[in-house]
Design a protein. Structure first.
Length: 617
């Protein structure tokens, strides 16, 4: 750090620069709309859908999406979900390769397409791709339907008390699964003049023969849409259709997710909807509105992070304590309070928030506690904020599981039957157990803003859950971030906020673990591979986000700045490190998020916590 300036001066300058940067980025409605970037899957499926439905007016849009796919291909022909992913990601490569051939702007003889083909075959071909990739291939007649289907549609209306029922799934998985069930029920597929031939990517003769039989069966019955019109009166199809339609958002997307909307479009076609129908066209338009500009290229976000980013940024600005940030915080709070989702349970009226602006069906614990932090400065002199605050806090407390922890979407303990289905990542998606990141962040909120402390029954239960679930090396696994640094930060700051002392053995172990993985330049970094291996994998360099999380945990522990903290501060203040590495978790090994807001939010918040603890004594 420049010796001509004190750390206090350097930190103040950093805060003010970021405040003005974020003020300039705030929209008139009070929101921040940073890209929520994921891998090539959504761009690829958007191209495939537009070509399959022959929507010729979107030619320019298809070309833009194609350009992004081409720009993100690795030199060996693969597509990667994170830069240190060994060689590349098979499923992502299959999806991008297929979409490029659908687009018409790439051909099998192109050098880069040949390299992608070689990579796919070297990795085992289509059979080795993820089950979700196979679903999309099957829907387009490019791969046989996975043999685990058909799962009976009756699953959709079995009562909640049934040992096996649809409602045991997490809310966002139910949305995707319902759409899959409809199309899979009759092994629906649709082909168009743009559909490529991928038979050369299937290495197994028996799989090729199965696909040929399915294609022949479809062709012999004529138009599959007419075939399914005859079954519109079937009870299962009608119920499944209603389940989907009841969960279509105002913008036409299913549950606010691009991935679910793609599946819904195929399901609607399967039960007789025309590609020109209002439902299908609204779904297309809603998905298009998820487009964001990333590095001057167009990208389809799986879900826009407007509510999440707005909550986190407004909170980070508030923590600076700077007068220059007050109006921005107020505008953010005004926006958020109007987006609270209300619902009745018994005699209780609850208020919640979801991840996306267009999300009205999937509130979650993390977004709710994040929004409530922004309400905190206003609850004593504005009735609407006080009311929103009470309903939100009541819901958070009601969402605590019997084991003491918090999950994302569900209060009840998950039934494990669903994890026995032979579907990849089923344990990571279908159930919603308590996690260290959600439990820790909720504890930190309750301790800091609701003034709940150890000795309280609910708080003690959460503390005990965290202590029981600490890894042997002192870390915690975080589900929704990458990954052990994230979970450890959330757990430590949560424990400290509710009065667990700094010399508690669990806190000491966590501190020692964090210090043991600090890089020589003072930073921290973790590979996305950690959530695949289920053990900490160092990135080999630092990221601003990982460094901020680790530092924030240490700041919550140490009474005075340590050399390790000071060295980490230098790294943050000088804005070094990989600023584009994905640090958001989604689906281990298959879906990661690069929140473009994170490289500003978490360093700003950590530096403010440093200033508030050490510089204002």
């Amino acid at each position: 750090m420049d010796g001509n300036y004190s750390i206090e001066e350097k930190l103040k300058s950093y805060q003010l620069n970021k405040i003005y940067e974020l003020k300039a980025a705030q929209h008139p409605d009070g929101t921040w709309r940073f890209p929520c970037e994921n891998g090539p899957m959504t761009d690829a499926y958007m191209i495939i859908i537009l070509r399959t439905l022959n929507i010729t007016k979107e030619e320019t849009f298809i070309k833009k999406l194609t350009n992004r796919l081409l720009a993100t291909q690795s030199t060996n022909g693969s597509w990667k979900l994170y830069k240190d992913e060994k060689e590349g990601n098979l499923s992502a490569t299959v999806e991008a390769y297929t979409a490029l051939l659908f687009s018409g702007y790439a051909h099998k003889d192109d050098e880069n397409i040949k390299r992608a083909e070689t990579f796919i075959l070297r990795k085992g071909g289509l059979k080795k791709s993820h089950v979700f990739t196979k679903f999309m291939l099957a829907l387009n007649g490019l791969y046989p339907w996975p043999t685990i289907f058909p799962i009976p549609l009756s699953l959709l209306w079995l009562p909640r008390f049934s040992p096996v029922n649809f409602y045991d799934l997490t809310s966002y998985v139910k949305t995707h699964f319902a759409a899959v069930l409809i199309a899979a029920h009759h092994r629906f597929s649709i082909r168009c003049r743009n559909t490529p031939n991928l038979m050369h990517l299937i290495k197994e003769n028996k799989v090729k023969k199965r696909l040929q039989r399915q294609q022949k069966a479809t062709n012999s019955k004529g138009n599959p849409l007419n075939f399914f019109l005859k079954r519109m009166k079937q009870k299962g199809i009608r119920r499944a259709e209603k389940y989907l339609i009841d969960r279509v958002e105002a913008d036409g997307t299913l549950g606010s997710y691009a991935s679910a909307t793609f599946l819904m479009i195929y399901s609607l076609l399967a039960i007789g909807y025309s590609p020109e129908s209002q439902m299908v066209q609204r779904a297309i338009e809603g998905t298009k509105r998820l487009a964001a500009e990333v590095n001057s290229l167009i990208h389809i976000q799986n879900a826009a992070s407007t509510l999440w980013d707005t909550s986190l940024i407004a909170y980070a600005l508030d923590r600076t304590g700077e007068a220059a940030s007050r109006l921005s915080v107020k505008k953010g709070a005004s926006y958020l309070v109007e987006r609270q989702q209300l619902f009745q349970r018994g005699s209780m009226l609850f208020g919640t928030w979801g991840f996306s602006e267009n999300n009205s069906f999937h509130p979650d614990v993390d977004d709710t506690q994040a929004a409530l932090r922004v309400m905190a400065p206003f609850i004593f002199f504005r009735k609407k904020y006080k009311r929103a605050w009470k309903m939100g806090v009541d819901w958070l407390l009601a969402m605590q599981k019997r084991n003491g922890g918090w999950g994302s979407f569900e209060q009840k303990e998950p039934r494990r039957w669903i994890t026995m289905l032979p579907i990849e990542n089923i344990k990571d998606t279908a159930i919603d157990p308590a996690t260290a990141d959600l439990t820790g962040r909720t504890l930190e909120f309750l301790g800091t803003y609701v003034k709940m402390n150890k000795g309280n029954k609910k708080i003690d239960a959460a503390i005990n859950w965290l202590l029981k679930n600490q890894e042997k090396n002192g870390s915690w696994y975080g589900r929704w971030g990458v990954c052990y640094i994230y979970g450890t930060w959330a757990a430590v700051t949560g424990l400290r906020a509710v009065g667990v002392p700094a010399d508690h053995p669990a806190v000491v172990r966590a501190k020692n673990w964090l210090l043991s993985i600090q890089n020589n330049d003072g930073s921290w970094g973790e590979s996305c591979s950690s959530d695949i291996k289920k053990t900490f994998i160092p990135l080999g360099e630092g990221t601003p986000t990982h460094t901020a999380w680790a530092l924030d945990a240490l700041i919550s522990i140490e009474a005075e700045p340590t050399p390790e903290i000071q060295k980490g501060m230098e790294f943050l203040l000088e804005e070094r490190g990989d600023r584009n590495y994905p640090t958001g978790g989604g689906l281990p090994g298959n879906f990661y998020i690069n929140y473009h807001s994170y490289k500003v939010i978490w360093p700003l918040l950590t530096l403010s916590n440093y200033a508030n603890k050490y510089l204002k004594k």
